[in-house]
Design a protein around this ligand. Structure first.
Ligand SMILES: O=C(O)COP(=O)(O)O
Ligand SMILES: [Mg+2]
Length: 253
């Protein structure tokens, strides 16, 4: 566990607090690339994911779940979300035939409801604007399938902020594997320590550590129902606005 700021500690003194309590890292961190997670960091997608899951369960004649329960199922992509919704368990495996029937039903309902209640979290628009104005190269890394990621980013107006968008099915491996982060670093021709991932879950923290990138976490996301303070990250920031204050554009060598 390595949180430097909690939502409670965060106030106007944030920056001096950071400098006085950190000896491993010196803030603001010099980075060139900012990678931002989608579900639970950029966009509050839980209600629409729950809507689609419950429409699927209803169609299959199975018990529905609360939005809070389905929130804890978000994080490892659609297939895992459907498995969790079918079994009511984070790790259980449903009958393969049931999963085969359920997955296309879920995808149909989510495609029809991808942007009903979904909206950016507070500070996201402002934070992304600040990051862009400061000259960081921006990337989006999500475990969401590309067929939902792209329409959603377009509908919410965030698509064009990102120079590269990697979804859960863009590469052979997704978070918590470091592959998407390593891919982004190569794409921008930067070293891992010149990039920071802003995310909300263990998948983000694990992927970033494995890739050698910095990682900040927001406390308002999903994290599969776990407390964000359990995560090994460089900072827990209340929003992307504070996150933007903890980094500075690294000058080319
Ligand atoms: O699709 C998911 O389950 C989570 O997606 P995320 O990586 O954007 O949080
Ligand atoms: Mg997330």
């Amino acid at each position: 566990m390595y949180p430097l700021f909690s939502a409670i500690d965060m106030n106007k003194e944030l920056f001096s607090y950071a400098k006085s309590t950190v000896d491993r890292l010196h803030f603001p961190l010099p980075v060139k690339v900012v990678m931002i997670d989608l579900d639970g960091t950029l966009l509050d997608t839980a209600e629409d994911l729950a809507l689609a899951a419950n429409l699927m369960l209803r169609e299959l004649g199975r018990p529905e779940h609360s939005v809070a329960t389905i929130k804890s199922y978000i994080g490892k992509g659609i297939q895992r979300l459907v498995k969790r919704a079918l079994t009511g368990d984070l790790n259980a495996e449903p009958e393969p035939q049931l999963l085969e029937v359920a997955l296309p039903i879920y995808k149909k309902h989510y495609a029809e409801n991808v942007h009903v209640h979904t909206k950016p979290f507070p500070g996201v628009k402002e934070g992304v604007e600040l990051l862009r104005k400061a000259g960081f190269r921006l990337a989006c890394i999500t475990n969401k399938s590309e067929s939902f990621t792209l329409p959603l980013l377009r509908a919410t107006g965030f698509h064009d902020y990102f120079e590269i968008i990697l979804s859960g099915d863009s590469l052979p491996k997704r978070k918590p594997d470091p592959m998407p982060l390593t891919h982004i670093c190569k794409y921008f021709n930067v070293q891992p320590h010149e990039a920071v991932l802003m995310g909300d879950s263990l998948n983000d923290a694990t992927a970033a550590r494995a890739a050698g990138c910095h990682v900040f976490c927001v406390p308002y996301g999903y994290n599969e129902g776990r407390d964000v303070r359990e995560l090994d990250c460089d900072a827990i920031v209340p929003s992307l606005v504070e996150a933007s204050q903890l980094i500075v554009k690294a000058t080319p060598q």
